[in-house]
Ligand binder design. Structure first.
Ligand code: 3HC
Ligand code: NAI
Length: 699
């Protein structure tokens, strides 16, 4: 297939890249661009050149699917150098997104014209690498080191207006991009090329202090990541070295990143997030239901946040509560959230009012008759849920989708309490629901394909990553959280201090340790859950010490005391000697001789518990893919993306090692909680990985 074509109009050559879906710089595109540059440099009829793209976007980057395969010449850095070296002016015509290698091609062009809706960016850092075709050398030259560092380290998409202010874009037009780029090419034909690589940086302004400050400003956000520091080093090289040497340094650091396991993990995440919407039994032909108005039952912690997601994309919401006071309180929290965004300059006062105008409060189910989707977020008891769904069955219009935000309850049982179980499913949002990207879409036995398809599409529309899960206790995420929490708590009763457990897992890359997390969630939640379960259903040794804390009033952060102590008004956990004494007493009561537990053991036990449960979920068909589980854990629980999620992490350890470790734990700690998942055993014995399983079962 020809991916690069050429047309000559009145002395201007228009090169068009057409490589759907995103015009990635696959081998044929690189070859085509190099070929055209060579031909055009000696074509006397051509005075200037425009590089444009067909389809939805300008070049969105290197072809990520080619990573990991032996690179085929021409290599992108060479193509980019050839473009910049042209003696005839080259103009990039940018629509959609010019990302990564795409922006690097554009920066090698001598001028850039873009649509006002276009965006530019260097998102390589999100793939664990750095811009490897001169981006780290040319962007600082044209936009200045500070803007370049911002773009390269955040990987964010920069709007056309901002990019013009940075000097990256020469002209921004609202329509007729190609005509504007051709006109620009005509006008620049006499001026000749203006090469980004030849631009000067005032290096005196960007000395070691500037970079030290920048490093400090990103330290928290980039903790544990390999690529960001290398990106900074590249920009340092841009400031202090001539182009050619800077490019050489960029190449070395690019290779370092590429061969680091984080690159593989982050690229796995990129494709994993794009896999989640592939659902067996659903394709383009599956009908979708129209969602024009959404109803929410319950305006508590979750209801308000869930509602905001829809209001934010222009879908009006009706919120139902039992009492006016609860309704007012819930809507008040929503308003406060928007006002907080306004205070940060993210919204104007009018926008806040506009958003609030999308909300209608009610105390009457009869007002939900015009809703196309109704999501229930009331107290977590089956009895109340069934009552609510009974009411919904009565008032909801035919074809309305009925969803529960339940964390643990059986969605099949909820569905069965209505006369229309095929319209029912779980939509499990994560707290805070207006912020967290993850949405578990819980498919019940009778959920209709068009209901599922609609909700998968809706997740995207409200900018969430929607992962389909089957019905089981806790679905994918919370089900896995349970054995992870158990091992963490067992480490404490066996001898580790809570802060040691937290430090081990924090250093592994989790955003916070499980003890801090329990304090934040409230220790009473687990306590009440255990009371309901009965002592035979859980590991009492792990949790009795926590129950004693709750009984003594230490319910967590909200009361200023839990596993940790908190100074008044502070959210910083402080180890409390009184808690350690309580733990030691409980250890003695359980007949446990406390021992030193290494951070390695803490991490291994927690991770093996997570992986084993993940493998059970996968084997039982409660998740379609191991990579779906990774998406859940990264987006819902802060698992470090640079480890690729727990299942990818298991693959990186080797499943035979993971299986052996779980068997070893079974012998050491008893078989009750350490039964290896049958699928794990099967894959380990066959020398396979979870990625192999996904490939072989591609859906
Ligand atoms: N290479 C290969 N495939 C790519 C790709 C890329 N760079 N970017 C996107 N795709 C594929 C996706 O996998 C998806 O395939 P599928 O339909 O089979 O699942 C398809 O294109 C459409 O992608 P999205 O679903 O993400 O489409 P959106 O419209 O939501 O987003 C986008 C478009 C903003 C371009 C988004 O795809 C994106 O962010 N892509 C990655 C951009 C990127 O990271 N570029 C840098 C690459 S690394 C690089 O350039 C190295 C260089 O410095 C040497
Ligand atoms: P919450 O207690 O903050 O809010 C529940 C709200 O529902 C209250 O405002 C209450 O007045 C209202 N309510 C109770 N019965 C009602 C009824 N019959 N009709 C209308 N409104 C009624 O609870 P939260 O935390 O928002 O949880 C709601 C649901 O979301 C639960 O099923 C919970 O398991 C689930 N969930 C909670 C998460 C969290 O972190 N809090 C995370 C994900 C899911």
């Amino acid at each position: 297939m020809t991916t690069v074509s050429k047309e000559i109009r009145e002395g201007i050559a228009i090169i068009t890249v057409d490589n759907p879906p995103v015009n990635a710089l696959s081998h044929s595109v690189r070859e085509g661009l190099a070929r055209e540059m060579r031909e055009l440099s000696s074509n006397a009829d051509v005075r200037a050149i425009v590089i444009a793209c067909a389809g939805r976007t300008f070049i969105a980057g290197a072809d990520i699917r080619e990573f990991g395969r032996p690179p085929q010449p021409p290599h992108l850095p060479d193509v980019v150098t050839e473009i910049e070296a042209m003696e005839k002016p080259v103009v990039a015509a940018i629509h959609g997104t010019a990302l990564g290698g795409g922006l690097e091609v554009a920066l090698a062009c001598h001028y850039r014209v873009a649509l006002g809706s276009a965006k530019i960016g260097l998102p390589e850092v999100k793939l664990g690498i750095l811009p490897g075709a001169g981006g780290t050398q040319r962007l600082p030259r044209i936009a200045g080191p500070a803007n370049a560092l911002d773009a390269i380290i955040s990987g964010r998409h920069v709007g056309a207006g901002e990019a013009k202010n940075w000097g990256v874009l020469d002209e921004v037009v609202e329509d007729d991009l190609l005509d504007a780029a051709i006109a620009f090419a005509h006008a620049s034909a006499d001026n000749g090329p203006r090469r980004t690589g030849e631009m000067e940086i005032d290096s005196d302004k960007f000395g070691p202090e500037f970079f030290a400050q920048f490093r400090e400003s990103i330290a928290r956000k980039t903790r544990g990541y390999f690529a960001p520091e290398r990106c900074v080093q590249c920009v340092e090289a841009a400031v202090s070295l001539p182009l050619e040497e800077g490019l050489k340094r960029e190449r070395e650091l690019f290779q370092e990143c590429m061969s680091n396991p984080q690159a593989k993990a982050l690229q796995h995440m990129f494709f994993a997030e794009r896999q989640v919407s592939r659902i067996p039994g659903i394709d383009k032909g599956t009908p979708r239901r129209d969602i024009k108005r959404v109803g929410i039952i319950g305006a508590g912690t979750m209801g308000g946040g869930i509602a905001m997601n829809f209001a934010n994309v222009g879908i009006p919401v009706t919120i139902l509560e039992v009492e006016q006071e609860a309704l007012d309180r819930g809507l008040g929290v929503v308003r406060k959230n928007y006002e907080r965004s306004a205070a940060k300059g993210k919204l104007t006062a009018e926008q806040v009012e506009g958003l609030m105008g999308q909300f209608t409060g009610t105390l009457s189910y009869d007002d939900l008759g015009d809703c196309d989707l109704i999501i229930e977020a009331v107290f977590e008891t089956m009895e109340i849920k069934k009552k609510v769904f009974g009411e919904l069955d009565r008032v909801a219009k035919k074809g309305a989708i009925l969803a529960s935000n339940t964390s643990y309850l059986d969605v099949n049982e909820i569905a069965a309490s209505t006369s229309r179980p095929d319209d029912v499913l779980g939509l499990h949002f994560f707290s805070p629901a207006n912020v967290m990207r993850l949405l578990e879409i819980v498919r019940a036995d009778q959920t209709a394909p068009d209901v599922l398809a609609t909700c998968v599409g809706l997740a995207k529309a409200i900018r969430k990553v929607g992962v389909v899960a089957g019905v089981c206790h806790g679905f994918i995420g919370n089900r896995m959280l349970s054995p992870y929490g158990r091992e963490a708590a067992l480490c404490v009763i066996e001898g580790a201090k809570p802060e040691e457990v937290d430090a081990a897992l924090f250093n592994f890359g989790m955003p916070m340790g499980p003890m801090t997390m329990s304090d934040m969630a409230g220790l009473d939640i687990g306590y009440l859950n255990r009371q309901g379960l009965g002592r035979e259903s859980y590991e009492t040794k792990a949790y009795d010490w926590m129950d004693r804390l709750v009984e003594s009033g230490r319910k967590g952060l909200k009361v200023g005391a839990g596993v940790y102590a908190y100074d008044e008004g502070s959210r910083t956990p402080k180890p409390d000697p009184a808690v350690l004494t309580l733990i030691e007493t409980e250890s003695a009561k359980a007949g446990i001789e406390r021992r030193a537990i290494s951070s390695e053991e803490i991490v291994e036990r927690c991770m093996m518990a997570l992986i084993n449960e993940g493998a059970k979920i996968l084997g039982e068909g409660k998740a379609y893919r191991a990579s779906d589980i990774d998406v859940v854990y990264v987006n819902g629980y802060g698992y470090p993306p640079y480890r690729g999620g727990p299942m990818h992490y298991a693959d990186s350890l080797g499943l035979e090692n993971v299986y052996a470790k779980i068997c070893e734990f079974g012998e050491k700690f008893g078989p009750r909680w350490w039964q290896p998942a049958p699928l794990l055993k099967e894959l380990a014995e066959a020398g396979k990985s979870f990625a192999d399983y996904d490939r072989e079962n591609a859906k």
